[in-house]
Design a protein around this ligand. Structure first.
Ligand SMILES: [Zn+2]
Length: 407
């Protein structure tokens, strides 16, 4: 903002009195004087500090002089503005009066058709003239203020005329001449009401926007939390899966035997009953009982970990453990005689098999023939028979088994 040249010139002069001839200082000084965001004491303080840096002379006097000059200018400016306002007021009043007179003339015209409005005014009855004068007087007195609205526009402020003034009571509000005046009032009131309504509408619109934004923010926040929670849950599931007691190693039952003229030894049925002894991985206790399981039966595990062929609580520590077959049994062949071969694999959680008994329910076939041997019982640890097609004895002996952790 440019400084007022009058003020800057005055400041330059005042500074010359202190033997200070510095354009920059003068300009800054003038700017401070005119600064609209500061009150005078604040401005004076800032100027005093500014001058203290450049002179040791006392500066109070010239600051006083400058502010006296500035305040004089401001007063003059304000007076001019007041005058301008008054002019606007006068013009507005004059316009209202003129339109009121025109209104009166129009009404009178309707009554006395053949006469000009000038004549009408002259020919008003005594009663009509009284009303007209009362109305004009009221108008003149009532329409008395000009105020500056929020938007900086000048507005004529009408006084409240709802009370029963002396002038009004004689004619009554039903008088059409006075109604003309009331109309202006009503229009004004309506306009005020309309503005209030618009302001209210804009405020509630703002409020709605604010609320919508807030809602959006909360929604985002929630989504973020949900994602984080999901992430956390995923991680915790992953770590659960890595816990050895939850996801056991793959364990293979390795089998070895000596086969004579017979091969492809395998459980006869899909629901073959296996007999294991199991050790609890938590308490390291081995249940003395032979535990039976088969690949068809499924039991539900607690805590939603799905099904397994065997689900049981350790009878010592009460921990729930499980064992589930991963593969179908692989038949032991005569070519593997004397060698350990994985027959079946299991996923064991929280326990592992430590002993195996083959017992009954096996089948095999002739090594060189299609003779099928059903219902092989290995309870005694061996089996012997005769293959009629090959006319050779067949036997199974030397059975041994062990469990191996594959991973
Ligand atoms: Zn246990």
């Amino acid at each position: 903002m440019d400084t007022n040249p009058e003020i800057e010139a005055f400041v330059v002069n005042a500074l010359a009195g202190l033997s200070l001839e510095d354009e920059a200082i003068a300009e800054y000084f003038a700017r401070l004087v005119e600064e609209e965001s500061m009150e005078e004491p604040e401005k004076r303080e800032a100027i005093t500090e500014l001058l203290a840096d450049v002179t040791e002379e006392p500066t109070t006097t010239i600051i006083d002089e400058v502010f006296e000059f500035y305040n004089g200018l401001q007063a003059k400016k304000k007076a001019q503005e007041e005058e301008q306002k008054a002019k606007v007021l006068a013009a507005a009043k004059e316009k209202e009066r003129a339109s009121l007179l025109a209104e009166l003339d129009r009404r009178d015209d309707n009554g006395i058709l053949s006469m000009s409005s000038r004549h009408v005014v002259k020919n008003l009855t005594k009663e009509e003239r009284r009303k007209r004068e009362a109305l004009l007087a009221q108008y003149g007195f009532d329409m008395d203020e000009i105020v500056e609205g929020d938007d900086g526009e000048l507005e004529i402020s009408y006084k409240d005329r709802s009370g029963s003034g002396g002038k009004k009571s004689s004619s009554g509000t039903s008088d059409p001449l006075l109604q003309a005046n009331n109309n202006a009032d009503i229009v004004k009131q309506k306009e005020a009401a309309r503005r209030a309504e618009m302001r209210k509408a804009s405020e509630s619109e703002r409020e709605r926007n604010k609320q919508a934004l807030e809602k959006q923010r909360l929604e985002k926040e929630k989504e973020k939390r949900r994602t984080q929670k999901h992430e956390k849950r995923r991680i915790s599931i992953a770590s659960t899966l890595n816990t050895p007691t939850q996801h056991g190693p793959t364990i293979a039952l390795q089998f070895k035997a000596d086969l004579e003229n017979i091969t492809d030894l395998v459980p006869a049925d899909a629901d073959h009953t296996w007999h294991f002894k199991l050790e609890c991985s938590s308490c390291r206790e081995v249940d003395d009982n032979w535990i039976t399981l088969n690949a068809i039966d499924k039991s539900e595990q607690s805590s939603g970990r799905g099904e397994a062929n065997l689900v049981m609580k350790c009878k010592f520590c009460k921990k729930e453990n499980s064992c589930d077959f991963l593969t179908k049994p692989v038949a032991y062949t005569i070519e593997n005689n004397g060698k350990y071969v994985s027959m079946i694999t299991m996923d064991c959680r929280g326990m592992e098999p430590v002993a195996f008994e083959p017992r009954e329910g096996w089948k095999a076939k002739g090594a060189e023939t299609e003779t099928v041997f059903e219902d092989i019982d290995l309870t005694d640890g061996d089996f012997a028979d005769y293959d009629e097609k090959s006319e050779l004895p067949v036997s199974i002996s030397g059975i041994e088994a062990k469990f191996v952790k594959l991973k």
